[in-house]
Ligand binder design. Structure first.
Ligand code: G4P
Length: 193
């Protein structure tokens, strides 16, 4: 998506060969107009998909996902990250580990909002793919098929991209980064046809 690539080129900061700082428009300061366009683009991409609900994992995916929900006219369910186990009558939970942030947590969702529903996951970054894979496991436990995964920024050079492709997930990537060069501060995007 050209608008997002342009924003990343203008405001993204290469922190290392793996980390792209997008605090100026996505993580810390939020560019609402851009979020609206990202959401609209997701809604448009998924218009012919058969699904019931969007889910996202707190927190940075919420902004584009709210607009996707608005424009697609589908509910949005937020998956929380909890430190403790909760009542399993009410909640589905899945242990997960963040490589980027180096900590363990439980993905947590209220069962009634996803049980037996067809789900599209929206997230801001694809890095190691652990969020997507663990969301998939959690949804399986409540008989909720994960129909597709929509990502704003995919760092294709990290493991997640290959892991999700090899597992056969349907993916929609709004921007695809091939390489980050911390020396020259260059962001190289995949060439799109
Ligand atoms: P994975 O799902 O792909 O395996 O990623 P991992 O668990 O390793 O880390 C996910 C968290 O790291 C997400 O934030 C994601 O936004 C963030 N992240 C991954 N790569 C980058 C990057 O290059 N730049 C920035 N700024 N963030 C990155 P989170 O823990 O879900 O927190 P939140 O920011 O959504 O609240």
């Amino acid at each position: 998506m050209k608008l997002l690539e342009d924003k990343i080129k203008e405001y993204g900061i290469v922190k290392s060969d793996r980390v792209l700082d997008v605090s100026a428009f996505l993580n810390k300061q939020v560019d609402a107009k851009l979020m609206e366009q990202l959401g609209k683009d997701f809604a448009n991409h998924y218009k012919d998909y058969d699904f019931d609900v969007f889910v996202t994992v707190e927190s940075s995916g919420i902004a584009p996902a709210v607009f996707a929900s608005l424009y697609a006219n589908k509910p949005l369910v937020i998956i929380k990250k909890e430190d403790v186990l909760k009542d399993d009558e009410v909640y589905a939970q899945q242990p997960s580990y963040s490589f980027t942030k180096n900590h363990d947590y439980f993905l947590t969702v209220q069962k009634e909002f996803v049980e037996n529903k067809k789900v599209v996951l929206i997230d801001d970054f694809l890095a190691q793919g652990s969020v997507a894979i663990n969301v998939h496991k959690m949804l399986e436990s409540v008989n909720a098929p994960l129909v597709s995964i929509g990502i704003c920024i995919s760092k294709n050079f990290q493991d997640g991209y290959k892991r999700l492709r090899s597992k056969g997930f349907d993916l929609y990537l709004q921007s695809e980064i091939k390489h980050l060069d911390p020396q020259t501060k260059t962001i190289v995007f995949e060439e799109t046809i």
